[in-house]
Write a protein that binds this ligand. Sequence first.
Ligand code: UDP
Length: 238
Amino acid sequence: MSEYLYKRVLLKLSGEALMGNGGCSIDPSVIERLSLQIRELVEARIEVGIVVGGGNIFRGMSGAAGGMDRAQADYMGMLATVMNALALQDALERLGCPCRVMSAIQMNEVCEPYIRRRAIRHLEQGDVVIFAAGSGNPFFTTDTAAALRACEIGADCLLKATKVDGVYDKDPCTNDDAVRFETITYHEVLVRGLRVMDATAAALCQDNSMPIIVLNIDGKDHIRRALAGEPVGTVIVQ
Ligand code: UDP
């Protein structure tokens, strides 16, 4: 029997996760490190879907704050996620890990269109599938797109890889006595007002009983250990 608790996972990577310390928007060494972790999952026969953010390049909200039309700015944000998806695909393929990019906004010259049944087929065949361009709709985030794709492809869990190693009772950056939860319910997250994902994404996961694992992306093998059921990060359940 497999040592892993989850067979098919949806990994949400924020755009920030692709940035290095030097401030460049896409750091090849960071992407390579992430790709090595992803390849390890594929080698363990875990089916991996990825939704990548675009915040390292452009966010619709910042465009709108500067006076741009919000929908227009959001489309720019979605295009930013496609750039990140292509960078990640390149790194994975150079490591010998077959990978498809499927975009919610059609751009057939650079990637495949998102078709749910085809995405599932790719996953079954062992290809990593990167879902680009978020949900394809403005006024959403890639967290919500990740929750949506996780539900659509029948993922066993949504992994939210962040800069923090889980969900805390208060902000760990400003409170030394902050305590990390190993497990917490969606209800408690809501009642305590803990910020894990945006409200739309959290509601979608809760309505569809999709477990969320929040973990730190910087750890060498955190993703693999979390999927093996080790207490890495926080698991949010019904
Ligand atoms: N976006 C959107 N619809 C979606 C997903 C993303 O309009 O379904 C836009 C939105 O402007 C967002 C940007 O794409 O700010 C980048 O995504 P996000 O901010 O979620 O990236 P992350 O914070 O994860 O890097």
